[in-house]
Ligand binder design. Structure first.
Ligand code: GYE
Length: 327
């Protein structure tokens, strides 16, 4: 390379750098969504191993059908890596918008960024991503879901009023690195510390799954025979814990109080039966609200960075009356 051509090359490289920079500045804004009569919409589900997930999927599918939109549905089967690949495949298929239920807070960041780079807006459903790595209104449109910190806090506050002398807690956490597990722990642990008089003997993940919850509860009950409260981050693990309590020769609801979050029919029935003491609902019906937000976004309306669902609370005072409305 002669001096001149080398210099020309350097100048060209600088200009290209400037273009790349201009490109990345443009990407600081959210991709737009055109106003159309119909859309091709992606929904990247995280797994389908419980009634909550199935209720959420059904709600998304039936709303898309009602609106006459084409739904590209994927199920990551409990793998964050597969979920990233699923989103990439939706991008390749040219969907207009992607609803994403990110399994874990950090591993799904590349999926959010890839969609943004491809000019496809992302709406986060039910779980959030790491807020230091991606932002609503910049990298994705909004997060629609429950306030998980408030859910954990409500369980703790209910317990503080209704513990009847019980105080030694085993906590079954949800999927490690997921926003509901992080926040349900934070909300509960902080409120329980503020209430005073309680002790969390052990806190371990049961991955939001029934059998894992049962196994972990069984091991923790053996290690801590004095435990008299089990707080599970979801119904599936709470139902697993009931089996573990019975296997340990104890009576759920009498020897050990079981506290849960989600509010599926089986758990609300368990409240009626007395095996679960309290369930804070986590509403899985995302279809109507999800598509409404999407349409508002296409219409150019300002969308709040978080759209929070209302959640009920079931205990012995209302479970029978509310059973019919539980999912
Ligand atoms: O509680 C659990 C599900 O992300 C809020 O995930 C959701 C949680 C829900 O698998 O049962």
């Amino acid at each position: 390379m002669s001096t001149i051509s080398r210099r020309t090359f350097m100048l060209a490289a600088t200009a290209m750098g400037a273009i790349a920079l201009a490109g990345s500045i443009a990407y600081a804004e959210l991709p737009a969504l055109a106003k159309k009569d119909t859309y091709k919409v992606g929904f990247a589900q995280t797994e389908s191993n419980n009634p909550w997930r199935i209720a959420q999927t059904n709600s998304m599918k039936s709303e898309a059908e009602k609106l006459g939109y084409q739904l590209v549905y994927t199920d990551a089967a409990g793998s964050a890596a597969k979920q990233v690949a699923d989103v990439n495949s939706m991008i390749a298929q040219g969907v207009d918008v992607i609803f994403l239920a990110p399994r874990e807070e950090k591993p799904l960041i590349p999926a959010v960024m890839a969609a943004k780079k491809a000019g496809i807006p992302v709406i986060l459903l039910d779980r959030n991503v790491d807020q230091s790595l991606a932002k609503a209104g910049e990298d994705y449109v909004t997060f629609i879901g429950s306030d998980f910190i408030a859910e954990g806090k409500r369980v703790a506050e209910w317990l503080a009023k209704n513990a009847n002398g019980k105080s030694k807690i085993i906590e079954l956490e949800g999927t490690t690195g997921s926003s509901p597990a992080n926040d349900r722990k934070k909300g509960f642990d902080e409120a329980i510390a503020a209430a005073g008089g309680f002790e969390i003997l052990a806190s371990q993940t049961g991955d939001f799954a029934r059998d894992k919850g049962r196994q972990v509860a069984e091991a923790l009950l053996q290690a801590h025979p004095d435990a008299d409260i089990i707080y599970a981050h979801n119904d599936e693990m709470a139902i697993g814990a009931i089996a573990a309590i019975e296997a340990a020769g104890k009576v759920p609801g009498k020897d050990i109080l079981v506290l849960s979050i989600d509010g599926g029919k089986e758990a609300v029935q368990a409240v009626i039966d007395g095996t679960i003491a309290v369930v804070v609902e986590c509403n899985p019906r995302f279809g109507p609200k999800g598509f409404e937000i999407m349409q508002k976004y296409a219409a150019g309306e300002k969308i709040e960075p978080k759209v929070i669902n209302d959640d009920k609370l079931y205990d012995s005072s209302n479970a029978a009356a509310e059973l019919a409305t539980a999912y």
